[in-house]
Design a protein around this ligand. Structure first.
Ligand SMILES: Cc1cc2nc3c(=O)[nH]c(=O)nc-3n(C[C@H](O)[C@H](O)[C@H](O)COP(=O)(O)OP(=O)(O)OC[C@H]3O[C@@H](n4cnc5c(N)ncnc54)[C@H](O)[C@@H]3O)c2cc1C
Length: 281
């Protein structure tokens, strides 16, 4: 295995190929609760990756994949964004990890056509902060907001707090630049007009692909103006089923709120501090 690591170091330089114990341990797991428990509660050793490649450009990613292809040793490659996967998808046992978080620039914000072009390693919270400072938003706010990268959100077909009204991550995607397993770099569409009827729409291959089909390196996404005002309300129902009926009615009549949450008796007591019901879970 050392020969492929040496090849990568020779091609990319030593500061882009990490092999020290501290870094290998850091990339050994993601947020998968089972692995976290094995490591932190049972104090088990989690198998480490062979090396971590930290590319500084799309060209570095392409070169890495070409070298790995030439080597042909069947070593898995795992793409690593924010590492907030809760399924073990970005854990790296015995693999070469490619951490793309150095590719994190916002390349263009077009406030007329309402699009943003961003590198896939950018953290959602940083992209959103930049958009908010200009009065815009992606309106894609998953609970992993502080950790997730743009590429990770796309690769996991993410849903967020406001997805009921603004759509899921796939609804925001206009175009993607990807590096294919051969190392070839392509854009999935030839333009970024808001709507075109030429198909098939290749973006859907990469939405939820979890790094299996290639590495997402840039995304052109739809943005929206920040709402001028927001209104919140809460209502109580006598039974959970009554709440379900009302939410269903709202959705079928297309009276779509940005967020709607229905809490059962027990959750309401935790969230809103109302009298605790006598329920044992
Ligand atoms: C506290 C917490 C709250 C969460 N809340 C939500 C939520 O509200 N909604 C939701 O949908 N999910 C949620 N998740 C799950 C997870 O955070 C999301 O799926 C997130 O989108 C993953 O992004 P990431 O950058 O951390 O990806 P990673 O964990 O680094 O990677 C996830 C997968 O995508 C692949 N991948 C990453 N980047 C790329 C790329 N550029 N190209 C190709 N493949 C890539 C990886 O190989 C891996 O298979 C939550 C997780 C945590 C820990």
């Amino acid at each position: 295995m050392q020969d492929i690591i040496n090849k990568l170091i020779n091609a990319l330089g030593p500061n882009k190929v990490l092999t020290d114990d501290e870094n290998l341990s850091r990339y050994a797991r993601d947020f998968w609760p089972l692995l976290m428990m094995r490591e932190q509660v049972l104090h088990e050793k989690i198998p480490k990756p062979l090396a971590v490649v930290v590319p500084g450009s799309v060209n570095d990613i392409s070169l890495t994949l070409r070298i790995m292809n030439e080597y042909g040793g069947g070593i898995p490659i795992v793409v690593y964004g924010g590492g907030s996967s809760v399924t073990g998808a970005s854990m790296g046992s015995g693999s070469i990890i490619i951490d793309i978080t150095r590719l994190n620039k916002v390349l263009n914000i077009d406030t007329y056509d309402l699009t943003i072009t961003v590198e896939a390693g950018a953290k959602l919270r940083d992209v959103e902060a930049e958009l908010n400072s200009m009065g815009f938003s992606l309106r894609h706010i998953p609970q992993s907001f502080n950790y997730a990268t743009i590429g990770g959100l796309i690769a996991t077909m993410s849903s967020g707090q406001y997805s009921t009204l603004y759509g899921n991550v796939e609804d925001a995607i206009l175009n993607l630049e990807v590096v294919l397993p051969t190392g070839e770099v392509i854009w999935l569409r030839r333009n970024t007009v808001p709507r075109a009827s030429t198909g098939p729409s290749l973006k859907y291959l990469f939405v939820g692909s979890e790094g299996m089909l290639g590495i997402i390196t840039k995304a052109v996404l739809r943005i929206v103006p920040l709402p001028k005002s927001t209104r919140y309300g809460s209502f109580t129902f006598n039974a959970l089923n009554d709440g379900i009926k009302v939410l269903r009615e709202l959705m079928t009549r297309r009276l779509v709120p940005a967020v709607a949450r229905l809490y059962d008796e027990y959750e309401s007591s935790i969230r809103f501090g109302i009298d605790k019901p006598n329920i044992n879970y």
